[in-house]
Design a protein around this ligand. Sequence first.
Ligand code: SF4
Ligand code: SF4
Length: 676
Amino acid sequence: MRCAVRPLSPGSHVLNRTTMPIRETFWNIPRWAEYANYLLGLLSFLILIYGLWRRTRVWLRGRPAMRSDRVAQRIGGMISDGFVQLRTLSQPLPGLMHKGIFLGIVFLFVGTVLATLDWDITRLLFDVRFLQGVIYVTYKLVLDIAGLLLLLGVAVAAYRRYVARPKRLVNALSSTYTRDDAYALAVLATIAVTGFMIEGLRLAVVQPWWAVWSPIGNLVAHAFVSLGEQTNRTLHLSIWMFHMLIVFGAIAAIPYTKFVHIFTSPVNIFFRNLNPPGALEPIRNIEEAETFGAGKIEDWTWKRLLDFDACTRCGRCQDACPAYATNKPLSPQNIIVKLGGYLWQTPLATGKKDAALRSMHGEVITADELWDCTTCAACVQACPVYIDQMGAIIEMRRYLTMSEGDVSRNLNMAMTGMEQNGNPYGLSRNQRADWAQGLGVKTMAEAGGNVDILYWVGCAAAYDDRNKRVARAFVKILQAANVNFAILGTEETCTGDSARRAGNEYLFQMLAQENIATLNGYGVKRIVTACPHCFHTIRDEYPQFGGNYEVLHHSQLIAELLAQGRLSLSKPLDSGSVTYHDPCYLGRHNNVYQPSRQIIRRATGRAAIEMARNHAHSFCCGAGGARNWMEENRGTRINQNRAAEAIATGAATLAVACPFCMGMLTDGLKAKAAEG
Ligand code: SF4
Ligand code: SF4
């Protein structure tokens, strides 16, 4: 190998260029310090393992949860989101910052492992040193870059935390974690800086010709070389000892500091929910259940306890939350952070009863926070470590609704309507198919179940005047395309979506079982619906109770009919420019984004104008999570926030693909128009 050699100072004893580069392990380190290094290393790893075991033991005190299926998919997620960190990188500045720190630590750790293998294993067992020659100089270069990445990452993190201070880095327990956050950055910076100093001081004394392969260390060496060999040796030994103390101290402290996420993050990603985010866990044997949902810490499953402990306090979920964005009490970050902090005060962690322990409901998490959630899943999707904030909120709602009966009057009326009349409007079951009068639509009973597809109408299209027009228009489309379809008519009943999101699992299961019995009785295989909430509930949740169907949103079927040439458009729709709002239960919950956009393009001859928040980053209309049936009397209105964004596009028409988005955004646009 040839490289340019630049002596550090005139007359310095640069090793002969023919000398083979080799790692000078424990250079300048006395034997006693070498042994102390091994001893401290062993001790720190034992403390680390003990601390992690203590933490794991607390999680395992939670109730059972099944998360050991689809192992290959789980490992794949650990690689893509744990190691490659795709979700973290979806936001460039914090993503690259974290990636720099992560890669720096990983490469420095691997470098230390290789050095140990080289010195303590291959040298002792086989008299072989593999860290020499080209391998060694490459190793040095890579470790220098790793140290630099670590330092840069820490500098950006410190800038964000202490200078830019984005709101999302503030949470309910920020004051508790101030020292922990500062400690993490200080330790990493100290390790990187002292590492470079150790290397630079050694290079300043030894001055090997391959020093250029350690560019940062070489720079440090230039700064110190004039101090002379003896001073540099003394400095080197002192800083080396300090460095090792910091490193081993940090390793031992991992389970008790922010660094614990090095372990909790990949573990939580491995055990993540692999089902659609809104497919809630059913309460099995609900008739015999004595408690419902999460009323106290002991009610959570081990996976939820792990969720609470795995939060890195990055605030991404808070940034994405429509409730938080409209100044409501709810922040998904606070829900998780507060439950995480609370966990360690409860007997589950301390092993002792504490009479002064706050209650989880009311004192730690308020009912307002729980009821503000629209179940839009923006938080779940944003979380880099796959914490299920929304699922935790629903579990607590289950307790409020089923154990405490703590439900607002309007929501209670909607649920009574579902229970007694099969719809949240409380209107007669007999009127359910009135919207279809004069259209010649057959019911399944009339068709004898002999159809290609069932049109699931849903309560909104059956009872709400504006949405009845959507149902009638959709029927005309189906008829124009000669689709062999039918409806259930008065045999259809509410899917129970709102009941489930409101925590009324009992009512949901009752409605679901009734519908599944009807659908299975007709041998239904394929269903189309215009409502993303019905779409999600039947497609993602009815399989939990034996209802397995192919379910399409009407935008998917219309796009399919257009593509097959079964529908044709004679002239472009005179709608002016169009912007499109992605419904949460179609987009984020079920990953359906394109059909509506394809239809808009075909119908208008132009692509939809995108709002600033679109596709997976769409902003909720405010109706989901049974919020459609509740007053919105905290903060500002979510629908107006979204309407303002639609207006800002300058589009003449706002297209929606959900009956509840239709109502919410119509109201939002009217309110904005009234404001002028
Ligand atoms: S589901 Fe939506 S509204 Fe609920 S906490 Fe998450 S981001 Fe906020
Ligand atoms: S729950 Fe997830 S997204 Fe929210 S602060 Fe914690 S780690 Fe970040």
